[in-house]
Design a protein around this ligand. Structure first.
Ligand code: AHR
Length: 507
């Protein structure tokens, strides 16, 4: 079967904000401790305790921002516990994630050092659930205020003279659940209050992100939008917060039995893909509500938690959310990115949960040997990185896309998106069909494309994954199955595959 599409190379869509490729690191399981941070005395090469192999691998992804310290943990985190000499920092219990002790050895200074090593912007989630307005306000002062003030002096005492630039600031997390079990109206009031006292110091301008909805809770979004303006669908008039977040996870079964990350049936594979594709409906729903109050799209939508959530690996701590990562996860990621690119006029940031050792990770580290494994999802982020800050190009269809019924929905089994940046075109294509290949034709109208280079990420089965013993089972390979002739791109997509086609663009 051939699927025919057209890309108008001379008609630009919205810019794809690089922050759609953002990340998330929570004090959860082995994400921070053992993942990012091993401590200065570790035999694993490190800088101030931060693993250098992890930093090196992530630098290759050009990760634009890192969200921290949670998640649910953010609303029980008290930042003052994580500054000063490490040996003197108080110990707390991480009540959300395994009930383990948190020694606070990774705190504000360590996180900012990590961001500097990664070349990523920090995105800090403040504590609304169990903190105070004063505590959050002082954290902003500690981080960003220059000159003489109580918190700036405290920061200097702890070894950092200059303030850090911090733009992204979260006003709590999942306020409807672990962040305080509030109603939308209660939280909206809190967000206005907390937002008021998070000040801009000097040139540092905060971009405040209100804790948003769970999945399709559009009423939550409406309440938060209403707080920014007058009653009814009228223009936004205030800036207690500049963006709203939303969280949406991809499961292959019900919450009580999410399914295994590696042992799954073909039916479960398709259910997972259909769930992943639902992100389009979720983002469209929130964007529609926001459009009503903010037709000029000045308020950002931030999907600051997304990704697969499966049952933990057998024998691991249920509170640590450690799961393997297969080719199926890679396709979940590629589908999400296509949808993100299409929503680039409203969606300003997205953060996969989570970067190392938790949920849909880029990197898995072995707790015994410290060996590091790059996951199939990692490779999608790498293959797609030229979409960051690129200008999106719409993919129009000329023939009905291949599809199949999945439960009570229809899954389109070929997913695509395209963009250009600095004279280079990048087209991403995924074939979600587990068994059938597809030929895709792209009429490249309005320009010429030369120097075509293609990569493919696929494997024998969707269950294939990487381990310390076999780290390259799923990895990108140069691909000969994409050719451009007379302005037409022909791509052969094997079953369960992700392909990128890059080329030089001219008029
Ligand atoms: O990412 C894991 C958890 O999922 C986060 O802590 C929370 O915000 C969400 O429920």
């Amino acid at each position: 079967m051939t699927f025919e599409t057209v890309i108008n190379l001379d008609i630009d869509g919205p810019r794809i904000n690089r922050h759609l490729y953002g990340h998330f690191a929570e004090h959860l399981g082995r994400c921070i401790y053992g993942g990012f941070y091993v401590g200065e005395d570790s035999e694993v090469p490190n800088a101030g305790g931060i693993r250098l192999d992890v930093v090196e691998a992530l630098r290759a992804l050009d990760i634009p921002n890192l969200r921290w310290p949670g998640g649910c943990f953010a609303d029980e985190y008290h930042w003052r516990d994580g500054i000063g000499p490490r040996a003197e920092r108080p110990v707390m219990v991480n009540t959300h994630w395994g009930g383990v002790e948190e020694n606070n050895h990774f705190g504000t200074h360590e996180f900012m050092a990590l961001c500097e090593l990664l070349g990523a912007e920090p995105y800090i989630s403040g504590n609304v659930g169990s903190g105070t307005v004063r505590e959050m306000s002082e954290w902003v002062e500690y981080l960003t205020r220059d000159g003489d003030s109580p918190m700036a002096r405290l920061r200097k005492t702890n070894g950092r003279d200059a303030p850090w630039p911090v733009r992204f600031w979260g006003l709590g997390n999942e306020a409807w659940g672990c962040g305080g079990n509030m109603t939308a109206q209660q939280y909206a009031t809190e967000a206005r209050r907390y937002g008021t006292y998070c000040r801009d110091y000097g040139d540092n301008k905060l971009y405040k992100i209100a804790a948003g909805a769970n999945g399709t809770d559009y009423a939550w979004t409406e309440t938060l939008m209403r707080q920014l303006g007058h009653l009814g669908c009228q223009r936004v008039t205030s800036s207690f917060y500049h963006a709203l977040s939303v969280h949406h996870y991809t499961l292959s079964g019900p919450w009580e039995k999410k399914g295994s990350a590696t042992v799954f049936s073909t039916d479960e594979y398709y259910t997972t893909m259909a769930e992943a594709a639902r992100i389009d409906e979720v983002l469209s729903g929130h964007a529609a509500v926001m459009d009503c109050y903010d037709p000029n799209r000045t308020v950002g939508l931030v999907l600051d938690e997304w990704g697969t959530w499966f049952d933990v690996e057998p024998g691991t701590n249920p509170g640590f959310l450690y799961q393997q990562n297969t080719l199926r996860d890679a396709l979940v990621a590629s589908v999400h990115f296509d949808v993100f690119h299409r929503h680039a006029d409203r969606l300003v940031m997205a953060n996969i949960a989570q970067t190392v050792n938790v949920l849909q990770a880029m990197i898995l580290t072995d707790p015994d040997t410290n060996a590091l494994v790059l996951t199939p999802t990692y490779h999608v982020f790498r293959m797609n990185r030229a979409h960051q800050d690129a200008t999106s190009l719409r993919v129009d269809v000329r023939t009905p896309p291949p599809s199949r019924p999945v439960g009570d929905t229809t899954l389109t089994t070929v997913s695509m998106s395209a963009s250009h940046r600095d004279g280079r075109l990048l087209i991403s294509l995924s074939n979600l069909d587990a068994a059938t290949p597809t030929d895709v034709t792209v009429d490249l109208r309005g320009g010429a494309v030369t120097d075509v280079e293609s990569l493919i990420l696929t494997a024998g089965t969707p269950q294939d994954h990487n381990t310390p013993e076999s780290p390259s089972t799923v990895r990108p390979r140069p691909y000969e199955g994409a050719t451009v002739e007379s302005g037409r791109l022909q791509v052969y997509l094997p079953p369960h595959s992700f392909v990128t086609v890059a080329g030089t663009l001219s008029d």
